[in-house]
Design a protein around this ligand. Structure first.
Ligand code: PEP
Length: 247
């Protein structure tokens, strides 16, 4: 799966142009493997524009609950307007909004109650990476977020090293592959039904490096920030992914 994460970008006109280019150029056989997370305000617009296509629409975050929580969007509300999935625990939510694993666990529960597919984002900081703590950090991020939750077969993890997001610096594809295998093992051992998740990589994916990533056996796709804002650039990455998985 390839997911475009637009963050707090986009407006009515640029979204319209993006979708027009996407519809005209996205390989049809891959479209159900593409997800888009526009800003919450633009989800309705994107759903309308892409309604006859099987592309998945997601929300970038949900609150852990609904009701008297001014400014929040609940999982139920996201599902009601037709979202298929929600990101949970993106590193910007963890850093800027101080979201902790305990809260993320509540958000996963909330997503399941609303029938939204949760995509748990995890990743270590540069300091943690340099100290050789990557695997420990990822393990605790996963365990604390899904302990005692019956995860379903469509559970997805996005591994996004914080130091690779928006920096142009990436780990080596082979190293990511090893980390993804570890993530699959950790989730599987937490899962009462032995579920093995898809694991997406995110962090400075672009047209030039994506082939290296997508040829790795344990990299099941990508979460793409900056390079997804330009439809042409995004579709170049989608085309590389499409060619590799249909080979
Ligand atoms: C992201 O924020 O999820 C991300 C992967 O961003 P970028 O592709 O810009 O590094």
């Amino acid at each position: 799966m390839i997911i475009a994460n637009w963050k707090a970008n986009g407006d009515i006109l640029s979204n319209l142009k993006w979708c027009k280019f996407f519809i005209e150029n996205c390989p049809k056989e891959i479209i159900s493997n593409i997800g888009i997370t526009p800003s919450s305000l633009h989800i309705g617009q994107i759903k309308d524009l892409l309604e006859s296509f099987e592309v998945k629409i997601g929300i970038q975050d949900i609150d852990s609950d609904g009701g008297p929580r001014t400014g929040s969007i609940s999982g139920e509300m996201a599902a009601d307007i037709g979202c298929d999935f929600t990101l949970i625990g993106h590193s910007e939510r963890r850093t800027l909004f101080k979201e902790r694993n305990e809260l993320l666990k509540q958000k996963i529960e909330s997503a399941y109650q609303a029938n939204l597919q949760p995509i748990l984002c995890i990743g270590e900081t540069l300091e943690e990476n340099k100290q050789g703590k990557t695997m420990d950090i990822l393990k605790s991020q996963i365990e604390e977020a899904i302990s005692n939750i019956t995860i379903k077969e469509d559970f997805i993890v996005a591994y996004e090293p914080v130091w690779a997001i928006g920096t142009g610096i990436t780990p080596k594809a082979k190293d990511i592959n090893v980390i993804h295998e570890f993530i699959k093992d950790v989730v599987q051992s937490q899962s009462s039904d032995n579920e093995v998740p898809l694991v997406l990589y995110g962090g400075s994916i672009n047209e030039s490096n994506s082939e290296d990533f997508f040829t790795q056996i344990n990299i099941d796709g990508g979460l793409i920030g900056g390079a997804s804002l330009d439809a042409e650039e995004f579709l170049k990455i989608v085309n590389i992914y499409s060619r590799l998985i249909t080979q």
